[in-house]
Design a binder for this molecule. Sequence first.
Ligand SMILES: Nc1nc2c(ncn2[C@@H]2O[C@H](COP(=O)(O)OP(=O)(O)OP(=O)(O)O)[C@@H](O)[C@H]2O)c(=O)[nH]1
Ligand SMILES: [Mg+2]
Length: 206
Amino acid sequence: MDFKGSETIPGPRTEDQLPQTAEAAAKIVIVGGFGVGKTTMVGSVSEIKPLTTEETMTQAGVGVDDNFGSASKTATTVAMDFGRIKITEQLVLYLFGTPGQERFWFLWNGLFEGALGAVVLVDTRRLEVSFDVMGRLEERGVPFVVAVNTFPDAPRYPFADLRTALDLSDDVPIMDCDVRRRASSRDVLITLMRFLHSLAMTGSRT
Ligand SMILES: Nc1nc2c(ncn2[C@@H]2O[C@H](COP(=O)(O)OP(=O)(O)OP(=O)(O)O)[C@@H](O)[C@H]2O)c(=O)[nH]1
Ligand SMILES: [Mg+2]
């Protein structure tokens, strides 16, 4: 029965459909402290329109929420970000960005479930947050790479110093990135996939 004014529901957009060549998919989580650029990374690299669960930050959050971040930041993730990227013709990555505010960290457990690997985004102005983040990944045996999101006003340190400060073992890859740039975010994911491949080859986990 037709209803006057009813609209046809559109089917999935062609660009949102899984490529026919895809043979394998992996779940990757993007973690890090508040405002480090997780949502921006998922958005810049995703080939589908990313799902975000951002809420506007209001005065009500003052004193409750972290208040560090870009001056232009007006929204914060309250559940997760979701995106997808085809890394090779055969391999598709499902990307899950976590919320950065500590009061939402309880959601991480579910998001880490079944994750093959993780990207830890780091802001050199707040290295201390990264300890908790990396500790949680290590507890769950999720291998990770560290990507330093290079905000213009953040101090720059040699990787060797960052490695020491973050207590990172020599085999964990660390690199700079600009999460606003698709190519840069993609490079981070490729580095993670190479790292996971090398771990699989040697039969080791972090
Ligand atoms: N200048 C500069 N700004 C950035 C960069 N990356 C992100 N931003 C900005 O910094 C803010 C934080 O980015 P988000 O992607 O919301 O950070 P998030 O980690 O998802 O934040 P939460 O979900 O609240 O934890 C946004 O306003 C971005 O536009 C960067 O590399 N350089
Ligand atoms: Mg976010």
